[in-house]
Design a protein around this ligand. Sequence first.
Ligand code: PMV
Length: 328
Amino acid sequence: MTRHEFVRQLIPGLTAAPGTCGTGSAPVNIALAKYWGKRDSELNLPRNSSLSVALPSLGTRTRVILIDGPQDRVTLNGQPAPEGFTRRLSAWLDLFRPAGAAFEVETENSVPTAAGLASSASGFAALARALDDLFDWQLDARTLSMLARIGSGSASRSLFDGFAVWHRGERDDGLDSWAEPLPQRWPALRIGLVEVDVTQKPVGSTAGMTRTVDTCPLYDAWPDFAERCVRDLTAAIEARDMEKLGEIAEHNALTMHATMIATRPPVLYWIPESVAAMQRVWALRQAGTGVWFTMDAGPNLKLLFEADARPAVVAAFPDLRIIAPFAP
Ligand code: PMV
């Protein structure tokens, strides 16, 4: 099945008058059990389930207007968007384009683009919501999650606040691969962003995944391990067990990075400052502070801790940007 056919069976239609406008917003999310590897790149189906937490204060707000063609016009934070950004958006918008029409897209992002802080996740989730508004589809969150998934896998999880699980699904048609929220809240949980480098990453996640699946001899162990991490993390969240959550998330991230590094040519997202930050986290833990880290396809770390550890964590990371995912 093509992604066009996939999308057409999910949406009621593409009828709207030129000038019709839709808006949508969505938070970024940080995976605690990562998605790494596709089993179908056309439908963006993952080889493993993943689990994330949303950062409600960071994300994307998007406004889409249907215009007469021939070309989409895209702005990012008030400026014409970079060419690669527009190309990727337009390719996804092609799936929803009425004949002869184009889209004007105004995107406000409060996260640095493509720095491993998952701006594509909030971006495609917000855009899916904006199209739902524009075409007045009134789709449920599960369906929007599947539409966003086509744009970027991790976007499937950005339709929700709090914890979310993206189920890998079993079917070839991709209709059982969507994300849903977990009911638990964790008011004391904190995420600290250690931004060691916010420039563009050298290898995008799709290229990195393809290369890993194709050439990494360790990759065979990943899907089962990742699935187990999702189960164990769900139990840690139910028990509100910080040590268990931190241990699983950090081990999961390092295992993913081990598969990246063991790929040919290697995919190494770390820079010396990333390693220094990891060592600082381990030293803090050694000294009795409950802090762990996770990392995505980039050099930055995300620290995981509870509110009572904040003074010790900030003493070691004075520039830390701290987010409370469950703030009222
Ligand atoms: O959604 P993508 O294609 O950008 O891939 C995301 C990959 C990771 O951020 C490394 C892991 C994840 O689950 O978010």
